[in-house]
Design a protein around this ligand. Structure first.
Ligand SMILES: Nc1ncnc2c1ncn2[C@@H]1O[C@H](COP(=O)(O)OP(=O)(O)OP(=O)(O)O)[C@@H](O)[C@H]1O
Ligand SMILES: [Mg+2]
Length: 379
């Protein structure tokens, strides 16, 4: 699939944008704070119905305005689709597909599938477990909206159970715990089984990619760390009751799962070098693309926000050789002259103060616009 066009109205620092994209590579260049990530965020919003950097839809509305909108034309499944999202300054949000209102997020997911790679993804091995759970949940939800619904059901029981546990053993509703535990076990088992399958496939594919990047010297695998066994989930939850009441929150169940990465049998979190951890992150993203292709029958859109400069030339060229027929969006605060000059296809855009435009013909205008002071202005 690929994005043909985007229209933004009062979205962040974009007053009014109407931009066509190339179906291969789109390089977005601009100095800091000009709107590169805002543009990426608007695409992400159309894929997930939420932002990756704010919980409040109101933040995305241009300051001083009452409402904003994003509309993308997506070509997928041999069809043109339109996804549009309107936001208002009170946090309201309305999603439409081809003009029809979608009431549930699950109906939006998987219309526009994006794999986003940003500098913070490079820390996935080292970060806390919630980052890895977010990664798994996000990827699985995109590809299988039924997983998203399952997770939503599980989390809503979890929230109610935690509220009750907080009230303590004296609560008059304490009997409800049995029902909550039963429901958590019912949804939890399905979540665990789905994750098991997904992570095992992820390990296979990412492991293969990692091995090729490392020139065959490193064998990488991913292990799903289940907090509880699905066979005995309900018993385990029950056995933790006393402890849960004491702590005031639920401790048993897949909301505390994690995954671990091993290189040549050693835990990469404790023993991996920074370079190895980066290679894992890159392998994961490339594996995501392949899994999406397997499950959807077409490639997702790849977005690299400010991440290219984090890789050496070897990893950069691996990235581009590995993906074929994938629409890409690459943002950068500096002009990567080599990348642009080696580009046999694709378009270049310049973003300046909420205005984005395609640079055609002679690219020297962005080179001279940047030059040495651009380098100095970098973060
Ligand atoms: N709701 C809003 N209304 C108006 N402007 C906003 C809003 N939200 C953010 N901005 C502006 O958008 C700019 C940041 O844009 P963005 O994060 O896209 O920068 P960037 O080009 O990705 O920069 P960098 O290279 O530093 O990552 C800031 O100047 C900020 O003030
Ligand atoms: Mg940015």
């Amino acid at each position: 699939m690929y994005i043909k066009n985007i229209k933004l109205k009062n979205f962040r620092n974009y007053r009014d944008l109407d931009l066509d994209f190339d179906r291969s590579r789109n390089v977005i260049i601009g100095e800091n704070a000009q709107g590169k990530t805002n543009l990426i965020e608007s695409i992400y919003l159309c894929a997930f119905s939420r932002s990756f950097r704010t919980r409040s839809a109101a933040d995305m509305v241009m300051i001083g305005e009452k409402s904003a909108s994003v509309s993308v034309e997506v070509f997928s499944d041999d069809l043109d689709k339109n996804i549009s999202i309107s936001l208002n300054d009170r946090g309201g949000k309305m999603i439409k597909k081809d003009g029809v209102v979608l009431r549930r997020t699950a109906d939006l997911l998987n219309n526009l599938v994006v794999v986003v790679f940003s500098p913070e993804d490079l820390r996935i091995v080292k970060d806390g477990p919630e980052k890895r759970r977010d990664f798994i949940n996000r990827e699985m939800s995109q590809l299988r909206p039924s997983y998203y619904n399952l997770l939503k059901d599980y989390n809503s029981v979890l929230r109610e159970k935690n509220a009750l546990l907080k009230e303590g053993p004296e609560s008059k509703n304490i009997d409800m715990l049995d029902i909550y535990d039963l429901q958590m076990a019912k949804y939890g088992i399905q979540i665990i089984r789905a994750r098991r399958k997904f992570i095992s496939r992820l390990s296979e594919i990412a492991g293969g990619i990692h091995s090729r990047i490392s020139g065959g010297t490193e064998e990488m695998r991913i292990q799903y760390k289940e907090n509880t066994d699905d066979q005995v989930l309900q018993d385990t939850i029950f056995l933790q009751r006393e402890k849960e009441l004491r702590l005031g929150h639920a401790i048993a169940g897949p909301h505390r799962d994690d995954m671990e990465f091993y290189i040549n049998g050693m835990n990469a979190r404790n023993y991996g070098s920074q370079g190895q951890q980066r290679t894992i992150a890159l392998s994961l993203k490339l594996a995501e693309i392949k899994i999406a292709k397997e499950m959807l029958g077409e490639n997702p859109v790849l977005i690299l926000d400010d991440v290219l400069s984090e890789f050496d030339l070897k990893r950069q060229s691996f990235l581009f050789n590995e993906i074929e027929d994938v629409q890409q969006f690459l943002t950068s605060a500096e002009v990567n002259r080599q990348l642009i000059e080696n580009m046999d296809e694709g378009w270049v855009f310049q973003v300046k103060n909420g205005i984005a435009r395609r640079v055609t013909g002679d690219l020297s205008e962005i080179y001279t616009g940047g030059g040495s002071d651009e380098v100095e202005n970098r973060k």
